[in-house]
Design a protein around this ligand. Structure first.
Ligand code: HEM
Length: 172
């Protein structure tokens, strides 16, 4: 049994498979999906719009290519953790707040539901929620370490609670 990593076995093989296979279904319509995602995000919280530059086409590309690397890297989480931490630290410099991660979770899950239709089963939703919570948790922790905060655990706990409310349908 490998016990040398704190990111081992956080996701089941089934969850990884569900996320990778459904991401592959959305990939052919990646740009449309990204348009839907940002439309939904700004509908949920119009104030987030001011954080982004005007070049939304570049933004859509960056988001999708990063998601692709992250989804591929789920089978070897340790290999993507450093990049996810750096991404999290950059996000705090963009003005992203901890609570914004749950708004993004809602927009992402909604977009997947639109793109996947009947394939968006409860198991798929739970697997994506798990993966998002994991990545967002790493990003938030890294952002807080960069900012020298000591309340990391509390704030992250609150965010993760909000994201799991998405999973149980409380935000629908
Ligand atoms: C798992 C979660 C997320 C991923 C994978 C992700 C991915 C990315 C990527 C790849 C970039 C391109 C720039 C860079 O690499 O630093 C970016 C920029 C950005 N993201 Fe995220 N992001 C996530 C969560 C969020 C959240 C929660 C917000 C809050 C609204 C957000 C807002 C932004 C903003 C404002 C920028 C800069 C845009 C610009 O300069 O125009 N992101 N994100």
């Amino acid at each position: 049994m490998s016990n040398d990593s704190d990111t081992d076995e956080l996701l089941t093989n089934e969850q990884i498979h569900l996320v990778q296979s459904t991401f592959a279904m959305v990939e052919p319509i990646a740009d449309d999906a990204a348009v839907m995602f940002y439309d939904r995000l700004f509908e949920l919280d119009p104030s987030l719009k001011s954080l982004f530059s005007d070049d939304m086409a570049a933004q859509r590309k960056a988001l999708m290519s990063t998601l692709k690397v992250a989804v591929k890297g789920l089978t070897d989480l340790d290999s993507i953790v450093p990049a996810v931490q750096q991404l999290g630290a950059r996000h705090s410099s963009y003005g992203v707040k901890d609570e914004d991660y749950s708004t993004v979770a809602q927009a992402l899950l909604w977009t997947l539901e639109q793109g996947l239709g009947a394939e968006f089963t409860e198991k798929v939703q739970a697997a994506w929620t798990e993966v998002y919570m994991l990545l967002a948790g790493i990003m938030i922790d890294a952002a807080q370490s960069a900012a020298g905060t000591t309340e990391s655990q509390n704030q992250e706990g609150a965010m993760l609670q909000q994201v799991s409310n998405v999973e149980t349908g409380q935000f629908k």
